[in-house]
Ligand binder design. Sequence first.
Ligand code: NAG
Ligand code: NAG
Ligand code: NAG
Ligand code: NAG
Ligand code: NAG
Ligand code: NAG
Ligand code: ZN
Length: 459
Amino acid sequence: MLLKMLLGVLCCVGAFATENIAEQLSPPQLLLVSFDGFRADYLRRFPMPNLKLLYSQGILVEQLTNVFITKTFPNHYSLVTGLYAESHGILASNMYDPVSHEHFHINNDSNPMWWNEARPLWISALDSGYKTAAMMWPGSDVTIGNRTATHFLPYNPQVTFKQRVGNVTKWMLGDKKEKGVMFAALYWEEPDRSGHIFGPDNDTAMSQALKEVDDNIGLLISELKTTGLWDRVNILITSDHGMTQCSAQRLIQLDNCLHPDNYTLVDLSPVTAIIPLKDPEAVFKLLDKCHEHMKAYKKPDIPDRLHYRNNDRVQPIILIADEGWTIVLRGDELPRLGDHGYDNSLPSMHPFMAASGPSFRQGYRISSLQSVDIYPLMCKLLSLPPQPNNGTMTRARCLLAAESCWDVPLVIGLVVGVLLMLTAITVLFRYLSSRRPPGSRPFQRLQVDDDDDDDPMLE
Ligand SMILES: *[C@@H]1O[C@H](CO)[C@@H](O)[C@H](O)[C@H]1NC(C)=O
Ligand SMILES: *[C@@H]1O[C@H](CO)[C@@H](O)[C@H](O)[C@H]1NC(C)=O
Ligand SMILES: *[C@@H]1O[C@H](CO)[C@@H](O)[C@H](O)[C@H]1NC(C)=O
Ligand SMILES: *[C@@H]1O[C@H](CO)[C@@H](O)[C@H](O)[C@H]1NC(C)=O
Ligand SMILES: *[C@@H]1O[C@H](CO)[C@@H](O)[C@H](O)[C@H]1NC(C)=O
Ligand SMILES: *[C@@H]1O[C@H](CO)[C@@H](O)[C@H](O)[C@H]1NC(C)=O
Ligand SMILES: [Zn+2]
């Protein structure tokens, strides 16, 4: 019987080893999809039948801790590099580079200089001989390190979801001349756009927006099924950040604290980036006590946990508004009913992740993951060596079918079981010992000690 058990173990190990080798030879293709501004709790608030079907056959990460600042460009670049914003260099929607004196804006982002501090997966995967595609993903039409993905289209918000999916599936299938791509990234603007306009608390507007998103997921699934890709690709659906409700009652008028002559403004809300002009200390003092719902930091004092300091493009002073507050200039009115960009520890800023495909476990869910962990996970799925990054596979590993993963309840069960057994053994031993005839060896030493207690020398 012992031999049988040993054989079982060997078989099991052997099966695992061959499975891993097979996987290394030809990993499934990977499709990464981002629905901009998909706040984690939309999943609980709205029906989303297609998305639910997808992760019921795969995995769900209920909440992703994304990177600061919780804006679109920094977070989309983190998803495909595994780096915090300070390490990949895309720090905000508006940036100033004090070395080159260049300005960055999301509508004018094509200077490679901004992107060259990192290599997104659609570029680094080319080094392993893979073909790649990136559809409208931030940075996908920029020449990064002198290269682009094998396939991409210039950013154009007019291109419909159906057209984007049509092109992506075509690139994944390949043709007689060219192999299909191993990795494709696909971007869509909703539900971010509706969240900004109507605010995430507007149930009517958001249920409409999320219904359209879910219909698009349905369209994507049916397109993958029609083309025969569905059963053989890994598909990962996620987002960059959440959304919170803003209000005309929660405005911070910067001009009330400091005349605009005293600084250059690089970015405004909810994280303001400021270059003080004459007297930096005096400027900081005024900003520091400007508003009870806004924190001011000198660059060296920005908290470590934000990972938002170690880059030239972080300006000397940043201001961070509390959740739902909007920083404005010149007595401006509320610009947007919903916004994001706030502290990345706020649940309202968190997106989610769902995935399914041959490499994933089925019907498995975990409560949270770091968004920088998605990059090493994708590298693992593609059998690629990851670039240096800030993520880990510690928690993400458990999402994979081929990994044996310790379940916390199982471990607790085992520990409790072992403890129970030890207790039982101890009790049994005590019981047996107590039945020993009087004067038997184990108690003799004790009796000697008792005698010592009576020693008159002790008194
Ligand atoms: C875009 O940026 C470049 C270089 O920073 C600048 O020369 C150009 O004027 C900008 N274009 C627009 C439309 O702002
Ligand atoms: C890009 O190519 C040019 C020449 O074509 C070269 O001088 C430059 O170093 C390259 N840049 C990178 C980042 O590889
Ligand atoms: C690819 O996108 C273009 C728009 O840029 C669209 O005209 C075309 O129909 C799309 N191709 C497919 C196969 O859907
Ligand atoms: C919510 O959005 C709808 C549009 O879908 C709009 O008509 C309505 O006024 C909004 N409600 C609030 C309270 O803003
Ligand atoms: C701010 O600018 C105003 C107007 O130019 C000036 O009078 C004031 O001294 C400046 N304050 C600081 C703290 O630099
Ligand atoms: C993030 O990763 C980069 C690249 O390995 C590294 O330089 C940086 O120090 C890391 N950041 C942290 C906070 O560990
Ligand atoms: Zn976004």
